[in-house]
Design a protein around this ligand. Structure first.
Ligand SMILES: C[S@@+](CC[C@H](N)C(=O)[O-])C[C@H]1O[C@@H](n2cnc3c(N)ncnc32)[C@H](O)[C@@H]1O
Ligand SMILES: O=c1cc(-c2ccc(O)cc2)oc2c(O)c(O)ccc12
Length: 233
């Protein structure tokens, strides 16, 4: 076993390029292309949701007819814009990030131009208190169709517990970065130091999700890995 230094999960960069060039980029809406290009020059550009993971997310949003959604972790807004473009005109997204600078500077002008800003309620805050506030109003319980979690990994279980209460039965929570560039399958000694903590958190979170009887799961090896969780009870 050896450490795969490819940017993506697949063992071949050429295969990843084949997938995005033949199936993802040709179908990617113009505003998302523009946002991906605008994000590329940011020093933290790799934080953005991968376009192949985004395409699967758009399919999931469509399949569950998502109208009311939550997003935790916005950065410049790639996954937020794809959600806003996918849900209906009267759909709503509660978008939470501790810092709105990259959203305001890079994402928002493109989101405004795309005509979907009215669907977004951006809240600049730690996410846990926002979810707790939503749960104080009983009408929010079981009312959301979809949630996307792409923020601080230490809080993933706190998000999961709260989101399960906010989601309808049949609703989805999708967690990003569940495979940490493939490092979850490697012995600790082969993992670069900078990735060890994220890898350990992902291994524990994936294990807990797999044991949670309240959800159906599917672990998809797109982007950096996404865990799709469907509330079943
Ligand atoms: C990986 S980026 C999100 C990428 C985004 N989904 C996209 O497609 O571009 C993670 C974001 O989570 C935010 N974040 C980190 N910890 C947070 C917390 N405790 N509550 C809310 N947002 C947080 C960061 O500020 C950062 O913008
Ligand atoms: O360090 C990362 C890297 C990613 C990442 C890797 C590969 C992709 O195709 C997309 C994204 O995403 C991250 C992330 O979402 C995060 O919250 C922290 C770090 C990273």
């Amino acid at each position: 076993m050896e450490y795969n230094n490819n940017k993506e999960l697949l063992q071949s960069d050429d295969l990843y390029q084949y997938i995005v060039e033949t199936s993802v980029y040709p179908r990617e809406p113009e505003p998302l292309k523009e946002l991906r290009a605008a994000t590329a020059s940011h020093p933290l550009a790799t934080l953005a949701t991968a376009p192949d993971a985004g395409q699967l997310m758009a399919m999931l949003l469509t399949l569950v007819d998502a109208k009311k959604t939550i997003e935790i972790g916005v950065f410049t807004g790639y996954s937020l814009l794809l959600t806003a473009l996918t849900i209906p005109e009267d759909g709503k997204i509660v978008a939470i990030d501790i810092n709105r600078e990259t959203y305001d500077q890079i994402g928002l002008p493109i989101i405004k131009k795309a005509g979907v800003e009215h669907k977004i309620d951006f809240i600049e805050s730690e996410a846990v208190p926002v979810l707790d506030k939503l749960l104080e109003h009983s009408e929010n319980e079981g009312s959301f169709d979809f949630a996307y979690v792409d923020a601080d990994k230490v809080n993933n279980w706190n998000y999961h517990e709260r989101l399960l209460k906010l989601l309808k039965v049949g609703g989805l929570v999708v967690f990003d970065n569940t495979l940490v560039r493939g490092s979850v399958a490697l012995p600790d000694e082969l993992v670069p130091e900078r990735r060890k903590q994220r890898r350990q958190l992902a291994i524990e979170h994936n294990k807990t999700l797999a044991a949670d009887p309240r959800i159906q799961i599917s672990h998809a090896s797109v982007g950096d890995g996404i865990m799709i969780c469907r509330r079943i009870i």
